[in-house]
Design a protein around this ligand. Structure first.
Ligand code: ZN
Length: 345
């Protein structure tokens, strides 16, 4: 590139100094002043935008600026600098293949973060903003279907049912809650000791669970956990997450019936099981906080959970899909120690 003339304003005197600009071997701007010379990399200078034929200002870090009338010369130098930068980046990455690999990794990382972080947060946000009437809709007829399918009427004495319901009502009076809760009892030799919450706020407890408890506070601890599921809108969030995963996978894979589609669907399905573990943890935390805040021993929850896991492994295995309580040792540790620790999934 040619050498051109420019004016230097030092910011102190109004009289400019005539200087000469050229480009050195390294691409740096070389400025020859009357008694000295200076070198600048493009990133060291603040270059004003090109507006018509207005001379460009190149501000230097020490204060002061060069005024250049030859806009084309400035643009050529800047473009040259960009080319050199781009070239060096490509050189670092060694080849275009590296670019493609990098792009793939970034895309995979974004997808992963979306499914594991973004989607749960999004569904939670949406679920918390959907009126609780939606939960009624999701839960309506669910109990009737379950009654037809797997439940038998409870054999518990009326007095016993009333006693537990009274305890449940007392709990609700202590909890800020948003759903019309009610407690139902059913017998189910098939699923055995279990309890679960319908999104509407109906909580079903089996006679077998009541029989398994050695202390009613164990049952209230389980009920607190179930209330946690309802309060955190877990049914709605599961529906939102599953349908979002299904829609996205269908869009990406095109044909969900094909083997490629199935393979693409696998990771989200695996992640789905993580969601439900997260929900269990969230419900456990709700129960833990409730017990702590009301001076109840957290040990009660651990006691019945341990008894459940010892006694009903066969039923758990057969009814994974209805069982809302996967048995894990880690879950009960916090309750045994009376100190909440976040469980790593
Ligand atoms: Zn649960």
């Amino acid at each position: 590139m040619s050498t051109i003339e420019a004016l230097f304003y030092d910011g102190k005197s109004a009289r400019p100094e005539t200087v000469y600009l050229s480009v050195g071997d390294t691409g740096a701007l070389v400025v020859t002043h009357t008694h000295r010379s200076a070198h600048y990399k493009a990133e060291q200078l603040q270059v004003s935008a090109r507006v018509g034929n207005i001379p460009r200002q190149l501000a230097i870090p020490q204060g002061g600026q060069y005024e250049v009338e030859d806009n084309d010369w400035v643009d050529a130098w800047l473009a040259d600098k960009k080319l050199q930068k781009g070239a060096s980046l490509a050189y670092t990455l060694e080849s275009k293949f590296s670019y493609a690999a990098l792009a793939l990794i970034i895309t995979a990382a974004f997808t992963w973060v979306f499914f594991t972080q973004g989607l749960p947060v999004l569904s939670k946000h949406i679920a918390y903003n959907i009126p609780t009437e939606t939960d009624q809709m999701l839960g309506s007829h669910a109990l009737e279907s379950l009654d037809d399918w797997i439940f038998e009427p409870s054999d518990l004495e009326e007095d016993r049912q009333a006693q537990l319901r009274q305890g449940f009502e007392q709990m609700l009076a202590q909890i800020q809650h948003s759903h019309p809760y009610n407690l139902q009892f059913r017998a189910s030799p098939e699923i055995g000791a279990n309890a679960f919450a319908l999104p509407s706020g109906t909580i079903v407890m089996t006679d077998e669970l009541v029989a398994l408890a050695e202390d009613d506070r164990e049952l209230y601890a389980i009920l607190a956990h179930e209330i946690g599921h309802v309060q955190h809108r877990h049914s709605l969030r599961t529906v939102l997450q599953s349908s979002a995963v299904f829609i996205i996978v269908s869009l990406v894979a095109g044909d969900i019936g094909s083997s490629a589609g199935f393979l693409a669907a696998l990771p989200p399905i695996l992640i789905e099981s993580k969601y439900s573990r997260d929900f269990e943890t969230e419900a456990d935390k709700f129960a833990f906080d409730y017990l702590k805040q009301h001076g109840l021993e957290t040990q009660h929850f651990a006691n019945i959970m341990n008894r459940l896991s010892a006694g009903s492994e066969a039923a758990e295995a057969r009814f994974q899909y209805i069982s809302s309580h996967p048995q894990t040792k880690e879950r009960t540790v916090a309750f045994e120690q009376g100190e909440w620790k976040n469980i790593e999934p």
